[in-house]
Write a protein that binds this ligand. Structure first.
Ligand SMILES: *[C@@H]1O[C@H](CO)[C@@H](O)[C@H](O)[C@H]1NC(C)=O
Ligand SMILES: *[C@@H]1O[C@H](CO)[C@@H](O)[C@H](O)[C@H]1NC(C)=O
Ligand SMILES: *[C@@H]1O[C@H](CO)[C@@H](O)[C@H](O)[C@H]1NC(C)=O
Ligand SMILES: *[C@@H]1O[C@H](CO)[C@@H](O)[C@H](O)[C@H]1NC(C)=O
Ligand SMILES: *[C@@H]1O[C@H](CO)[C@@H](O)[C@H](O)[C@H]1NC(C)=O
Ligand SMILES: *[C@@H]1O[C@H](CO)[C@@H](O)[C@H](O)[C@H]1NC(C)=O
Ligand SMILES: *[C@@H]1O[C@H](CO)[C@@H](O)[C@H](O)[C@H]1NC(C)=O
Ligand SMILES: *[C@@H]1O[C@H](CO)[C@@H](O)[C@H](O)[C@H]1NC(C)=O
Ligand SMILES: *[C@@H]1O[C@H](CO)[C@@H](O)[C@H](O)[C@H]1NC(C)=O
Length: 661
């Protein structure tokens, strides 16, 4: 009884102080009306009355709810998702969620749980995801298993669990994810694994547990979607323990701070006795890498050796004919040929990204990879004066090539002749040197996406994009145009199939009226972060129904005759322009208010002039620019005087002329 009285007193105290809290405190933010609310970190001690009964998704983390019970959420019976991260919850009382039949996810991460009542989770019959990460749990007996038949994921990371001994009646039939990372599990028994028998396609995470022993046969003829043993110090123990299992994806990587032993070919012997499709060995050190290291890798389809301190892969590796995907990111190759690609003849995906040394592409290093479809060589300090036909010799099926973030590349004429099937080419942030009046992309008839952002392009080369018959998406962000202007004849005229064109941050001052003629398929044009004025908008008249971004330019006034051009577009972003809110811009301002539904970023679309209106949203501006009676009178007088002046000057002129005949 004592704790109840205590709780009651506490509840009284809390509700007393709560009145003060709710009246002065910031409110929950509404993300979707009547449905989704965020009340994080507001110092709340109860569910505020302002939340509607219809709330379905509630983020309530970082508040203060030492005990939760049947009344805490009783009003919110439509809840589907409830996040209670770090609310200092100690007690989860009986029937807390009794009427929450739709509740699908409960997040209790970071709460120092002392007690969960046996019936605390009854009610949500559809509960699928339960997060008990960092809750101080030391035994799985702590979790009330009542009504968890539909549970799909159970997250128990960063606790003090030393055994995965599931309670007898623990419902595992629908379990897909069981996460034990960063606990104190050192031994796995057959009984532990047998308890999971009903879970098909399970992903089991033991990262950060240093497994020191697995009972022989524990994994015999078991099938898993994924198993993670990252950070275990002795990999042979694990690979031996997994004998006769079938595993889709096996994660055996290690972490920066793990002081594990070097891997040898003996380490991998266990791998010969199991069926694994994909294996990750990131950040390990290999003690001599010989063909025999790969002896048991022959069934693999994917191999990830990210940051494995490799300087090369040995030649003479045999039997790796099933390997489809090889990840060699963040290693230290000097030359691409050092990966001995010929050992992996079926590769479709190859990643050599973020190489730690300057990578020389060499010549013909990948020529045996006839099936290669995806090649990522980004961030690898690659430099080449004459790219890329010799370097990428014989890649007839390559569809994706990423050469972004490299050193200067000199592109020859038809530089990608060896990979005519390219659909995506990313050269962003790589300085390109193209000989004038040539197109390096000439033969890429199937290319759809080309990223040339920040490439220091010679944009005056009108032939640059010649031959790109099917190009849909072109990014030239951060390149410069001569005199800050896109002229009448320009490089875009050869790519008439363009749908998306990114021209942001190109220091543009103007665009010729005819510049975009022939780009009738365009649906998205980004001209943001330039210095364009209203006058450049003439160039947009051939475009219809597009998304147009003109944010952060130098647009002050948009003349009347350009408004139809804007009207015919579907969405326009005019934010962060120094817009003029005087009567000289009244037509635009009127148009703006009538077309608010087409405008995005209207919060940031504000006046810059006149000073009293600076910072006022354009949609809130009220101007009256009609002629007053007085104004009309003065205008009439002014015109009258002008006419008189004109008559007199004509008279004077004629007289002067006759006098001088
Ligand atoms: C939200 O609820 C209120 C009151 O029940 C109702 O008037 C309003 O239309 C609802 N809004 C939406 C977007 O469902
Ligand atoms: C909550 O539980 C108490 C007793 O345990 C009960 O008297 C009360 O009716 C319950 N409230 C609701 C809303 O179910
Ligand atoms: C919300 O639910 C509470 C309790 O279930 C009820 O008393 C209240 O009238 C409801 N509010 C609205 C607006 O329906
Ligand atoms: C197994 O799980 C993975 C991911 O968890 C999912 O992509 C896959 O479709 C599932 N396979 C089956 C047969 O359910
Ligand atoms: C693995 O399967 C083989 C053949 O079915 C069997 O002889 C062997 O004992 C099994 N290994 C373990 C560790 O159960
Ligand atoms: C790793 O475990 C194996 C037994 O599976 C043992 O033979 C070997 O000595 C262990 N290695 C280290 C470095 O402890
Ligand atoms: C190419 O690689 C860079 C850097 O690794 C990455 O940011 C970019 O998204 C990649 N490009 C594509 C099209 O995936
Ligand atoms: C280049 O553009 C493509 C398409 O927009 C994009 O997927 C890719 O991430 C971009 N590359 C970089 C390095 O940003
Ligand atoms: C308008 O464009 C700017 C610049 O590209 C962007 O930062 C902003 O998010 C856009 N506004 C909206 C509402 O998308």
């Amino acid at each position: 009884m004592a704790p109840r009285v205590g709780c009651f007193l506490l509840a009284v105290l809390i509700s007393a102080s709560c009145k003060v809290v709710t009246s002065s405190d910031p409110m929950c933010t509404e993300k979707e009306a009547n449905k989704t609310y965020n009340c994080e970190n507001l110092g709340l001690r109860e569910i505020p009355d302002t939340l509607p009964n219809t709330t379905e998704f509630l983020e309530f983390g970082f508040n203060f709810l030492p005990a939760i019970q049947n009344i805490t959420f009783s009003r919110l019976i439509n809840l589907i998702f409830l996040d209670l991260t770090r609310c200092q919850i100690n007690w989860v009382h009986e029937d807390t969620f009794q009427n929450h039949h739709q509740l699908n996810t409960i997040v209790l991460t970071g709460n120092p749980l002392i007690f969960m009542a046996e019936t605390s989770l009854t009610g949500p019959k559809l509960l699928k995801h339960l997060f008990l990460t960092q809750t101080g749990i030391s035994s799985l007996e702590f979790i009330p298993v009542h009504n968890l038949e539909n549970l799909e994921s159970l997250h128990l990371g960063s606790n003090c669990i030393s055994s995965i001994n599931l309670p007898e009646n623990f419902p595992t039939r629908n379990l897909k994810v069981l996460d034990f990372q960063n606990n104190a599990i050192h031994y796995i028994s057959s009984k532990d694994i047998n308890a999971l028998e009903q879970a098909t396609n399970l992903s089991l995470n033991f990262n950060g547990n240093d497994i020191k022993g697995i009972e022989p046969g524990a994994f015999n003829s078991k099938i898993f979607q994924s198993l993670k043993f990252g950070g275990s110090l002795n990999l042979s123990v694990i690979l031996k323990g997994l004998q006769n299992s079938t595993i889709q994806s096996l994660w055996l990587g290690t972490f920066e701070d793990t002081d594990d032993q070097d891997l040898t070919s003996a380490t991998f012997e266990g791998l010969c006795d199991m069926a694994v499709e994909s294996i990750n060995l990131q950040k390990h050190h290999f003690d001599g890498f010989s063909p025999s290291t790969f002896r048991c890798f022959t069934g693999l389809q994917e191999l990830d050796l990210t940051a494995a301190h490799l300087k090369g892969l040995p030649s003479g590796i045999e039997g790796m004919n099933s390997l489809k995907k090889l990840v060699l990111n963040a290693n230290s190759f000097d030359q691409l040929c050092q990966i001995n690609a010929a050992s992996f003849p079926s590769l479709t995906d190859l990643y050599v990204k973020g190489n730690r040394k300057k990578l020389d592409l060499g010549a013909r290093c990948l020529e045996k990879l006839e099936n290669l479809q995806k090649l990522d060589l980004s961030h690898s300090d690659i430099e080449a004066s004459d790219c890329c036909n010799l370097q990428l010799k014989n890649l007839p099926h390559l569809q994706y090539l990423n050469l972004s973030y490299n050193e200067p590349l000199g592109l020859e004429d038809q530089a990608f002749k060896e990979c005519p099937w390219l659909e995506l080419l990313d050269l962003a942030f790589t300085h390109l040197r193209v000989k004038a009046s040539q197109s390096p992309f000439q033969n890429l008839h199937l290319l759809r996406v080309l990223n040339l952002s920040h490439c220091l392009l010679d944009t005056s080369n009108r032939h640059l994009l010649e031959g790109l018959l099917d190009l849909r998406h072109l990014n030239v962000q951060g390149n410069h145009f001569q005199d800050g202007s896109i002229s009448k004849t320009n490089l875009f005229q050869t790519v008439s199939s363009l749908e998306i064109l990114i021209l942001s941050s190109c220091d543009l001052l103007s665009i010729d009226q005819q510049a975009f003629h022939g780009l009738g398929k365009m649906s998205h044009l980004d001209l943001s972060h330039n210095s364009l004025t209203g006058d450049s908008m003439d160039a947009l008249s051939p475009l219809k129904g597009i998304y147009l971004n003109l944010a952060a330019n130098n647009i002050r006034i948009i003349p009347l005759h350009l408004l139809p051009t804007l009207s015919q577009q579907s969405t326009i972003n005019l934010s962060h322009n120094p817009l003029d809110c005087t009567c000289s811009n009244i037509h635009f301002i009127t148009w703006y208010k009538e077309n608010l539904h087409k405008l995005e970023g209207s919060e940031e679309t504000v006046c810059a002039n006149p000073p009293p209106l600076r910072g006022v949203k354009l949609s809130d501006v009220k101007l009256s620019c009609g002629m007053t009676g007085m104004g009309i009178f003065f205008l009439v007088v002014f015109v009258f005087l002008l006419i008189i002046l004109l008559i007199f000057s004509v008279k004077f002129l004629l007289r002067w002329k006759y006098q001088h005949i």
